[in-house]
Design a protein around this ligand. Structure first.
Ligand code: ZN
Length: 451
């Protein structure tokens, strides 16, 4: 272990590291671009194709749950698959074409074929008012229905006189709900859950961004030493998370921390939604990392509306799982429309989301408790060389304070995060001070990372 004189409090990033980070952002964009055209829903071939592609990146297991299986208060629905769909004019021209964009068909549309006039068709057409070029994303999973989604401009081309040929070549039949899971074993059985939904068709931010960040996170964590075991779940929204919880109820107590990743690729600032517990260690770790970053952010309280944190934080489950996002669902115009396209997500934003997740995980991996062996009066730091190497630093005062705070609160009951919060200093500075003190006779590890 280094003497204090060799302690490096530097937070500067090398150029090589910055270039590497850029590469990760581009890699995530490439994965999103590859997954974007696939017609996903809560079940069906699109989900399997998506998981097969993810399997090229991480060795995940796929699980199939038969239609009709009871999962808590829900039942796994029939499997939906779609081959083609269109609205054709009298000349046989496709005015609305599923082959051009899968958003054109309401997800879970029952099959239909026939000819009808606009008056009859109108109840099954959906647009985005106010955005004439955009096409909405609609679903009807549990209420048998059919529908086409189109732009206001496309709708304006339809008239009352003409008869249109319509076709939705879909099938609903007993099959399976498919989800993916990847377990990255750590030194202990205590788990960190990373969850994202995989059921949306051609929408980039919601939630191909979450999938891409989760995959890259798995890559990066696989190269690091880990105390926690990391469990990545890739599930269809709501029903998939409910099904996963129902099948894993026995082992949920292993989960110490969790993050739902969604809408993490757009250029908005990061938003973190707290877990239902409100002040769980994950909530505090995220608040600390975002609070000590150089970018604006917001933290919102838990509410039982949103993504799969709704399921993980349902009262009978109540896991410490928060939600990491940039733009918040339902609050940005592009949400659930064709404007949530590949252009809406950026490599830099994905990289920033990944970077923050890694920092949060790094904090939780090292949130140790230490014990001060010289608690009567302040110990003399100078004679142990602890001030060497600090003199040249502009932030010397901060690091001196870090030594004093660690020594004062290292009574075995305070974690490093407790100390960092109380000292109002970055966790990294507190941790570095603790490690330097632990290299002398003054401090030793009490308990590790609350494990
Ligand atoms: Zn969504």
């Amino acid at each position: 272990m280094a003497l204090a004189g060799n302690v490096d409090f530097s937070t500067g990033l090398s150029l090589a590291f910055l270039l590497l980070m850029q590469t990760h952002g581009e890699a995530m964009m490439a994965l999103i671009t590859r997954l974007y055209p696939i017609g996903r829903s809560i079940t069906g071939a699109g989900v399997r194709e998506t998981l097969a592609i993810l399997k090229e990146h991480i060795p995940l297991d796929t699980h199939e749950i038969p239609s009709g299986t009871r999962v808590f208060d829900w039942t796994i629905p029939q499997e939906w698959n779609i081959r083609d769909a269109w609205i054709k004019d009298g000349a046989g021209e496709r005015l609305v074409d599923f082959q051009k964009l899968n958003l054109h068909v309401m997800s879970y549309s029952v099959p239909i074929q026939g000819r009808m006039r606009l008056a009859e068709l109108k109840d099954h057409l959906y647009t985005v008012p106010g955005f004439p070029d955009w096409i909405p994303y609609r679903t009807s999973y549990y209420n048998p229905n059919w529908g086409f989604c189109l732009s206001e401009n496309q709708l304006a081309q339809l008239n009352d006189k003409e008869e249109y040929e319509i076709c939705i070549d879909s099938s609903l039949s007993n099959g399976h709900l498919t989800y993916g899971e990847y377990l990255l074993q750590g030194e202990t059985e205590r788990e960190f859950l990373i969850s994202c939904h995989i059921c949306h068709p051609s929408l980039a931010n919601d939630n191909l961004s979450g999938i891409a960040v989760a995959v890259e996170l798995a890559h990066q964590l696989s190269t690091k030493s880990r105390r926690y075991t990391y469990r990545f779940v890739f599930v269809p929204g709501s029903i998939g998370a409910i099904a996963w919880l129902a099948r894993n109820e026995e082992s949920l107590s292993r989960i110490q921390h969790g993050l739902v990743l969604t809408c993490v690729g757009d250029e908005a600032n990061l938003t973190y939604k707290r877990s239902r517990q409100g002040n769980a260690e994950i909530d505090r770790a995220v608040a600390h990392v975002l609070g000590h970053s150089d970018r604006p952010y917001q933290i919102v309280e838990f509410s039982p509306y949103g993504y799969d944190e709704r399921q993980y934080c349902s009262p009978g489950i109540n896991l410490p799982v928060g939600c990491m996002m940039r733009s918040v669902h339902g609050t940005f115009p592009e949400y659930h429309t064709s404007a949530d396209s590949l252009k809406f997500v950026k490599a830099e934003a994905l990289q920033d989301s990944l970077d923050k997740c890694l920092k949060i995980i790094d904090l939780l991996e090292h949130n140790d408790n230490y014990v001060n062996h010289s608690p009567k009066g302040e110990p003399q730091l100078g004679k142990r060389g602890l001030y060497q190497g600090l003199s040249a630093k502009e932030d010397r005062r901060e690091h001196e304070l870090a030594f004093l705070w660690v020594l004062n609160l290292a009574d075995g009951t305070h974690s490093l995060l407790d100390i960092a919060e109380r000292a109002k200093l970055p966790f990294t500075v507190i941790r570095t001070a603790a490690e330097a003190l632990a290299a002398t006779d003054l401090l030793s590890l009490g308990t590790t990372a609350n494990l």
